[in-house]
Design a protein around this ligand. Structure first.
Ligand code: URP
Ligand code: ZN
Ligand code: ZN
Length: 470
């Protein structure tokens, strides 16, 4: 059935204007005024913004980690994402050394297929480079449309890869048209600092932050960008948390390196003092990189504004406080790293960014959707509103005031790190390929309706009227 979204203010990364949208067959069929209604369903968006659906480029749904498995899976995670105005997630597929990468990809397909309520895709972790991996990579890119590869520079003896692996991944990505992503922290230095803290009897959650200081992130970020320059390749630094890392990315970009940076809502609005909360509550705020001193927040906001950082990911990796985070009682290094963020990513960026005058409305759309689609080979099918694109839309009330709380959220985790935070603005209805997933703040989607997205290679030209990979 056709739909007409009437009277809304359309906002893209470049334009803000009043228009109606005609949706046909899951796509934006026309943009204009006064379309004849015929048999179409009319959705009145008066007083609302109409944004392209958010694209979350960084999630870990049902991921084994820290001796447990992240709580939100592709069902609860994508439902919560949709409530928050996100219509596409790109999740990290973990690989195992010595095993075909296809095994890991099939595991991730099995986790997601009948559960996701919005569209989704995968990044692929690279833990080693050898002849088998080099042979498999082009096949994975061609057959699975996975065009971004993640290298961990931290989590020693778990995920961490050495510099040789990172460098060879950068070279392979250059040849194949892939985008390399790094978790940039120096895992060897962290291992030393963590052991020292524990030996000295320092076991509380705050030592998670104190054993991963900003220099550790800045150093690894600098190393990764220099290796990228040397390989003449392309790099995306995930979850940038501090001034030291921003500086390395900004300098690299000024030198002409093809380097991009993502930050996350938690680093924009929370700070290191949260890890000092009593009764082990600090564990709720343990993720890596850790929260920083408050002044880093201004650096991150400025970087989003001036383009030194370009995207916002949630780094969704949720664990219950009771039963999961408490694995680390008496030893902060055993607290599972991560938090429930996916639902509040868009709202926090809007409320703290646009409403407080830190970024423009169009920058907001770029940061939460458009740039992500461009970098990860989904544009223009996803990430904008134009004739021919998927009708992934968020009808957003920019004036409603509300308080974030685990009482109302849709994530499975038993707490919300933004508990009590007042925000302005909320998605009212969310459509994925022209179908309501959220309607008037109620979930009306269907499990398994989300489609797996094969993505284009990095920096390949795209055109709405040309073939769109689906
Ligand atoms: O603490 C975090 N960030 N957990 C998720 C895994 C990762 O490092 O991104
Ligand atoms: Zn990470
Ligand atoms: Zn992550």
């Amino acid at each position: 059935m056709k739909k007409i979204v009437k009277n809304g203010i359309i906002v893209t990364a470049t334009d803000t204007y009043q228009a109606d949208l005609l949706i046909d067959n899951g796509k934006i069929a026309a943009i204009g005024q006064d379309f004849p209604v015929g048999g179409a369903e009319v959705i009145d968006a008066k007083g609302s913004y109409v944004f392209p659906g958010g694209i979350d480029p960084h999630t870990h749904l049902e991921m084994p980690f820290g001796g447990t498995v992240s709580k939100d899976d592709f069902e609860t995670g994508t439902i919560a994402a949709a409530f928050g105005g996100t219509t596409t997630v790109i999740d990290f597929c973990l690989t195992n050394k010595g095993e075909p990468m296809q095994n890991a990809i099939q595991t991730w397909h099995a986790k997601s297929k009948d559960k996701a309520v919005i569209d989704y895709s995968f990044h692929l972790m690279i833990g080693e480079i050898n002849e088998d991996v080099l042979e498999e990579l082009p096949v994975v890119m061609e057959e699975e449309g996975i065009t971004s590869f993640k290298v961990f520079m931290a989590y020693k003896n778990v995920f961490q890869a050495d510099d040789g692996t990172l460098f060879r991944t950068l070279i392979a990505a250059k040849e194949l048209g892939g985008l390399v992503m790094v978790h940039a922290e120096n895992g060897d230095v962290i291992e030393y600092l963590v052991n020292k803290a524990l030996e000295e009897g320092n076991t509380d959650p705050i030592y998670h932050a104190l054993t991963r200081p900003p220099q550790v992130e800045g150093e690894a970020t600098g190393r990764a960008v220099e290796l990228t320059g040397l390989a003449n390749s392309q790099l995306y630094v995930v979850h940038v948390s501090c001034a030291e890392a921003v500086e390395k990315i900004a300098n690299a970009r000024r030198k002409g390196y093809d380097v991009w940076g993502e930050t996350c809502p938690q680093y924009l609005v929370l700070d290191q003092t949260y890890l000092e909360k009593s009764d082990f509550e600090g564990a709720k705020y343990v993720w890596s990189p850790p929260l920083r001193e408050k002044w880093h927040q201004d650096v991150l906001w400025n970087a989003l504004k001036n383009g030194d950082l370009q995207t916002l990911g949630s780094d969704q990796c949720s664990f219950d406080f009771n039963g999961q985070k408490d694995l680390g009682k008496g030893d902060f290094s055993k607290i599972p790293n991560g938090g429930p963020i996916i639902e509040d990513r868009v709202s926090i960026l809007f409320s703290e960014g646009v409403k407080k005058g830190r970024i423009t409305l169009n920058q907001f759309v770029d940061i939460m959707a458009t740039r992500n689609a461009k970098l990860f080979g989904l544009y223009p099918q996803k990430g904008t509103i134009a004739v021919g694109t998927d009708a992934d839309l968020v009808i957003f009330d920019p004036n409603v005031e509300r308080t974030i709380s685990a009482e109302f959220h849709h994530m499975a985790a038993d707490y919300n790190p933004f508990e009590g935070m007042k925000v302005t603005g909320e998605p009212v209805s969310v459509l994925s390929r022209g179908e309501f997933v959220i309607r008037d703040k109620q979930f009306v989607g269907k499990l398994g309706k989300g489609q797996y997205l094969k993505r284009r290679r990095y920096n390949t030209p795209s055109n709405v009227t040309n073939k769109v990979i689906n």
